[in-house]
Design a protein around this ligand. Structure first.
Ligand code: ZN
Length: 147
């Protein structure tokens, strides 16, 4: 696939998650809730996690913001569901590395749609949009571990 075609494909994947977000909403049962904002862009995310026995049982989000922040939240919730806490944290680290333009082994944790965001690394002003939901997930897990 040529570079231009890949860019187009990635843009389509991002817009699909933006327009049809996965895991939007909240839980009826008690869950971890983390609010995180990205004031430079105006993105606001409320992430809900069900964490039990060191596993992310389920994840949902609410919020408003740009296509990058909301599609990333959609992809992140999809990706970490059913993962162990350690896997989820490792994926978050890999995603941060990806945003720094580093080569990451995306096969290891089946990044799937998340790879569509790798182009964001070329736009430093948008990196915080892409990492917002991931940072919220990290914060929630760390708070739970301390509780
Ligand atoms: Zn944004």
């Amino acid at each position: 696939m040529s570079f231009d075609n890949l860019e187009t494909l990635y843009r389509q994947v991002i817009m699909d998650h933006y327009k049809n977000p996965r895991n939007r909403g909240s839980f009826e049962e008690e869950s971890l809730t983390i609010n995180m904002n990205n004031p430079t862009c105006g993105d606001r995310i409320q992430l809900h996690l069900l964490v039990e026995d060191n596993q992310v049982k389920d994840a949902k989000f609410d919020g408003e913001g740009c296509s990058i922040s909301l599609s990333s939240a959609s992809m992140m919730t999809q990706a970490v569901k059913g993962r162990t806490v350690n896997e989820a944290l490792e994926m978050s680290q890999m995603f941060s590395d990806m945003m720094l333009g580093k080569d990451v082994d995306t096969e290891k944790h089946e990044f799937g749609d998340i790879e569509a965001l790798q182009g964001v690394a070329k736009f430093p002003a948008r990196i915080k949009c892409a990492t917002l939901a991931w940072k919220a997930m990290e914060k929630g897990i760390k708070e739970q571990e301390q509780a």
